[in-house]
Design a protein. Structure first.
Length: 131
């Protein structure tokens, strides 16, 4: 029996749902996830979520629930700090002109396929049900 209500799917005792066709900004994605009773994905084990997406042959970009507050360190929307080993090699690589202050999944990277990007890019997104 899954603790995840439809349309969320379970991965290591967490519940996720990916919107791969709808492309919105990070802030719009977060609002939609909150309207579903969750938030943008802030997985305890990001590699499990991103490996699932890769196994589903999803090739592209998806907003995840990570961000960098002004004068702060990278964190998930759950307020947990993003650890160095949760990033792909060479990430985050903030380009100031792009204001790369949000986190996304990108299948073109190395495991765990996690990088920084502009919050204003229109990508699909992954929601996480909070219970």
């Amino acid at each position: 029996v899954s603790l995840c209500p439809a349309p969320f799917w379970p991965i290591l005792n967490e519940c996720f749902y990916a919107f791969t066709q709808r492309k919105v900004t990070w802030h719009e994605a977060r609002k939609q996830c909150m309207d579903m009773g969750g938030d943008l994905a802030a997985p305890r084990r990001p590699v499990a979520l991103t490996m699932y997406l890769k196994d589903q042959n999803y090739n592209g970009d998806l907003h995840l629930g990570g961000y960098k507050p002004t004068n702060g360190s990278w964190r998930w929307v759950s307020e947990r700090r993003i650890k160095d080993d949760e990033w792909s090699t060479g990430e985050p690589n903030i380009h100031p002109q792009d204001q790369e202050l949000c986190v996304h999944y990108w299948s073109g990277l190395s495991l765990p396929y996690v990088a920084d990007h502009s919050c204003n890019h229109n990508f699909g997104f992954v929601c996480q049900y909070l219970f």
